[in-house]
Design a protein around this ligand. Sequence first.
Ligand SMILES: [Zn+2]
Length: 308
Amino acid sequence: MAVSVTSLGHDLFLIDGFMHGEPERLACYLFDTPERVLIECGPSGSLHSLLEALDDLGIDDIATLAVTHIHLDHAGGAGHFALRYPNADIAVHAKGARHLADPSRLWSSAVRVWGAENMETLWGPMEPIDKDRLMVIDEGDRIPLGGGRSIEVLATPGHAKHHVVYLEDESGGAFVGDAVGMAFPHGHMVQPVTPPPDFNPDLVATQLRRLADRDPGFLGFAHYGPERNPPKALAEAESRLWEWIRWVQEAARGGPEHLAEAMRTWVLDGYRAEGYSEAIIEQYDKNTFWPMQITGILHWMAKTGSLG
Ligand SMILES: [Zn+2]
């Protein structure tokens, strides 16, 4: 089994979660500080890769697993992780905590997006987490790292109601989960992530501007890795977000059939026109579930009456 660990300096490591058995799908960030904090654990289906990397690093104890939000590609394996690291608290936003204590509603909402037949292979099962293991966090809270360092919590609804971004001064990192979108290391292109039921572009844009105001040294994307030009990435995230909204508004006027495939063609052709290589475009395409993007944007439009 492949293990990939990269030092980012300041006792911070990027661990490839090998989600779906593939490299560069999910980034986990480990602060190997007196009180160790791991950001994201990924789904239970690929948790063995993360655990193997932690074993390789000689990590026998973790103080806190901090998830940016409870979507299964970020937190699906949190229950199994809690069993493996019995001293770890699981930090999660107040609006997500009860769904980690009882994952049944989270699971059925994921079934609506991904289809029941795909759940086991994509994500693997979920384990409930004892309530007393949950560290319920919200705007302004701090997660200790020891040695005078800590992680600041920014509540960032938009991608999901239960989304937070973690800021850490010494490394300069803003660990953004899906709040900004996804940006793969060889393309440096930011693509929106627009899942139902919470996706709200006005809120996403608000968070992008709040993040820009904090002027982080890098954005630690979950999908995938550190992006060292935050102002450019945040500006691109916002412009592409509104491009997507405008496109879906236009396309939805013609009826919803084939919307997902039409959107895929439009987006990927756009990347070609911008000069990105086929290898980079393929990486974004393989990591995008197009029907989910369409459904989230349409859901927001139906809720807010902004459908064209
Ligand atoms: Zn997400």
